[in-house]
Design a protein around this ligand. Structure first.
Ligand code: E4P
Length: 218
């Protein structure tokens, strides 16, 4: 399973990339705002900066909600760097835009997916990635991981090449369960990725190894 980091914070992106296990980055307008990135030129420069850190797919989201606007914005984003993936919302014009981008050879990530039907439509339009939001479903008492299983089954039934990008990941159990189900990608915060490192027996075991070494070596 590929690991993407879900942030626009350059320091966190660098830290995850330095770990050597990062495959890509996803951003969204909220994450860009959280970093205080505003204005068209600053936004484009920020995407350029991310592309310089990570050599992998970088999702950059359009703001327009009409077909023409999404095409204009998406083409400008795609021109920034060959690794840019145009992130398009799951709405009617978004599906049309995904079809258009696919025919042009521009990679897409269909975002804000909360049902299997939405994922099926995005796959039929040729989306490179489909992003079901696990955490936000959990928040309203629907099991987000059930959706990942459902989409996996449907995509496998028909051999869709669209990759399942499990999004809105909140903690390490989400990551492990996504890997068990066979999600192609997960995108989550640095904290969830780093939490995979932790086990109390690793900590106590290492402490004992180092103490025993010190006893005989000083
Ligand atoms: C997906 O690409 C989104 O950026 C993201 O995963 C949303 O996560 P959140 O629900 O934690 O905001």
């Amino acid at each position: 399973m590929k690991f993407f980091i879900d942030t626009a914070n350059l320091a966190e992106i660098k830290e995850a990339n330095d770990l050597g296990v990062l495959d890509g980055v996803t951003t969204n307008p909220s994450l860009m705002a959280k970093e205080g990135i505003s204005g068209q030129e600053n936004i484009l420069n920020h995407y350029r900066a991310i592309c310089e850190i990570v050599d992998g797919p970088i999702s950059a989201e359009v703001i327009s909600t009409d077909f023409e606007g999404m095409i204009k914005e998406g083409e400008a984003l795609a021109d920034l760097h060959p690794n840019i993936v145009v992130k398009v919302p799951m709405i009617k014009d978004g599906i049309k835009a995904i079809k258009y981008f696919t025919q042009k050879g521009i990679k897409t990530n269909c975002t804000l997916v909360f049902s299997a039907g939405q994922a099926l439509l995005a796959a039929k339009a040729g989306a490179t990635y489909v992003s079901p939001f696990i955490g936000r479903l959990d928040d309203i008492s629907f099991d987000g991981l059930d959706l990942i299983e459902q989409i996996r089954l449907i995509f496998d039934n028909y051999g869709f090449e669209t990759q399942i990008l499990a999004a809105s990941v909140r903690h390490p159990i989400h990551i492990i369960k996504c890997a068990e189900i066979g999600s192609d990608v997960m995108t989550g915060p640095l904290s969830a990725i780093l939490a995979l490192l932790k086990h109390p027996l690793t900590d106590s075991g290492l402490e004992k190894f180092l103490a025993d070494y010190k006893k005989v070596n000083g």
